[in-house]
Each structure stands twice: as structure tokens, then as C-alpha cells.
Write a protein that binds this ligand. Sequence first.
Ligand code: S3P
Length: 449
Amino acid sequence: MSSLRVYPASGPLIGKVPVPSDKSIGHRALLFAAIAEGASHITAFSHGEDNVSTANALRAMGVIIEEPSPTELRVHGVGLFGLNAPACPLDCGNSGTTMRLLAGLLSPQRFRSTLVGDHSLSRRPMLRVARPLRQRGAVIDGKPHPTKTDEITAPLSIGPLPDGTFLGPLEYDSPVASAQIKSALLLSGLYAHGATYLREPTVSRDHTERLLHALGVPIRTVGSIVELDPAGWPGKLAPLHFAIPGDLSAAAFLLVAAQVVAGSRVSLSTVGVNPTRTGILEILRDMGAGVSVEHRGQSGGEPVAELHAWSEPLRALAIGGELVARAIDEIPIVCALAARASGTTRITDAQELRVKESDRIATMTEVLRAFGVRCDEHPDGLTIEGTDAPLEPVDVESKGDHRIAMTSAVLALVARGPSVIRDADTITTSYPKFVGTLRALGVRVDVEV
Ligand code: S3P
């Protein structure tokens, strides 16, 4: 496992850099292309390990995925009923999205499958997808969770759905706003006899709905309610041809780096700005950050933009409610922003962070304190006291969490000496070129094996 040694920025970060393709959209593009009829062509794909886990799981079920160039995929769809029984457990690696979306796709299949994951994924809650899938007739079970009663985790065992039986209709009120739950239910709903009707507390990212709509599937949304009724739908998905937008969740690390290092100016091209994901842009603006958005049309039904960021004095903010759902993956890097803002930032309604790749509330509290930032941990968030003094150099663990590793690297830019971030390989799950990009912006980072 490698570590990063990140040196304090010796000058402003200046440059225009690309960001990796959107991880959420990448999973969905692969899954829908796999069950489409014919060959799909997906471009601007950047091989984050989470997306590679989805691709490999599909390959293990007989889907041919070619890579004509380093950023292109040609996926030979097998149709809705063309997946083969995998010969061994499907390894979802670190990717919760792979596991939960596959649970939806595999529940209606006539074969048995097992989903496994790494140490972090094997502690994440899976009842949230198993329960509603069972409610519509799926055969799905997991291992009892090591610490939580009435909870299951990976390995998940799914199917086979007995011959002569079908998944039924589903009306479900989700207790959490979760695109993974929603997408698992919509995927299973493509095969169900009856409609899927789902209500969320607030709207979660809607990439699945956009793609299904573009592929001609009868899907309707009203606020945070979504309905898919396959009655009358011929049961065929057309192949996809599109360029995956850049990942705003990855861009966020650079947008914040440009704020915390005085004098910086950074531009990012072709970044997805789907409104269900743009909470981070609103938070940046409300904290006084220098950020502008130049809209550049659409790709695959998703709005894209060029983003520009420059450092401005930051002020503290109260962050809660639906804004947290629209910035859920960005809360760790928002903590870094808060650490450099004047005043005390309070983050609430973020209890979902406790069941991400790490317990991000606990891990960020530890990381911030290591850097010398004053903060308090709460059941549903944190309180962070900003400072403009140089931070303490740290030696921290990522806890197997890519977003914790990258947030630590950004904070290290304003420490008064080099910092070490251990278990940094995890960054490749979402941002394989993160270190190279920091270097392109003038940062000194050494990779130590
Ligand atoms: C994702 C949904 C979110 C997010 C995750 C990716 C997706 O998880 O945190 O990184 O691609 O559907 P939840 O569905 O658990 O909110």
C-alpha cells in the first residue's frame, strides 16, 4: 500500500485540468449498455476502479466489453435476458454502487449469484436494498452485520428467482434519499410484472432516471417521486452512444484546493452539473468562494459546464437539509473549506456519512484534529472552527476511503510542513490521476511505496 507525502503549496495553483469521468454515470452507462440490444459506444471513460468493478462483474456474466482506446468502451449488449450465471462470486471491490445496483439487476435473474466486496464494503449496510427487493419477491440474503443487529452486509446471495415466478409491483417509501436504492429498484422494475413506485425524503441524484428516459423506458418523476411502469414497453433497451461528463465530486477537490491556496486560479473542463449534484457549487458560493460556471450544453441527457475557481476569503455556513443530500459525497472536502473559513461551520442532517466508505463524520473529525483544526463530532454532522493559521503537518490513514485521502491532501497544501497520507491507493477508486493533476497544478507530491 502506498502513501503520499504532500508538501505545502509553494505558490498559487494555476492551470486548466481535466477531471475523471463521472463515477455514478459510468456505472449506469455500463449496466444499461450490458442489457441493451446491440453495441454501445461509451467515450471519456476514465477507468476508476469502482467503474472497473462494475465492468468486470458484467464480463463475468458474459458481456463483452472492448477497449478500443484508453478512454473508450464498446459494450456488446446481451439484452434484458441475456446475462449468464457467473462461475464465481462477483467482486464489487470498494464500490457500494456496484453492489447495490447489481443487487437490483440480479434479483430477477434465473441464476444464483454472490456479491462480495473489500473490507470497507463488507461492513456497509445492505438491508436498504434487500428489504424492498424482497418485498417484490426477490430471493436475497446477506451476512449478519458484525456490529448492527437487524442489518445485513456482503457477501450477498441473490436468486435464483424460481421458474414461473416474477418480481411483482412495488410501492416503497424509502427512509433515506439514496440513488443506489432508487436505481436498484428501477433496475429490478425493468423485469417486474407491475409498476415500481418510489418516494424519497428528498430527491437523490437522478442519473438512472435520465438514462432510462433517454432509452425510451416509461419512467415519470414528480419531485422526489419516481414511477416506472413497464406495461406496454417492448422490453428492449437501445444501445447508448455518449461521452461521460466529468465528475463534479472529483472536481470538488480542485475547486476547494483553489480556495485554500491564496492566489490560485483553476479551470476544469466538461464537468457534469446535474442539479441533483450541484450542492457543492451552492455551498462554495454561500461561503464566499470564487467560482463560476460556463454552461456547455448536454452529454447523454446530462448538463455539462466548464468550471473556474479562484481563491477568495471564505466565511462559515450552516449546512443541512436537502443541500446535504445534493452534496453528500462532497461533505469531507466541505470540511476542508470550513477549516479555512472565518467563523464556525455547522454541518447537520449528514448521518448517512456514517455508512459511506468509512464513517466520514468520525474520520473527518480525526483528520481535522490532526491538522490542528478545532471541531466537534455530532451524531448527524460536525462543527468546525475555521482558522487562517498554517495547519499542523499530519501523518494520517485514509481508512480505505478515497475521499478522506484526497481531502487530507488538500488540507496538507496549507500545513507548515509536509504531510503523509497512508493507504492512499484507495484514491484510484474514483480519481486515478489525482496525484498527476495536483502536480500539473504545481504541487509537490511524492508517492512512497
Ligand atoms: C451514488 C449514490 C450515493 C453516493 C455514492 C454514489 C450512486 O450513495 O454517495 O457515492 O452512484 O448512486 P447513496 O445512494 O447511498 O446515497
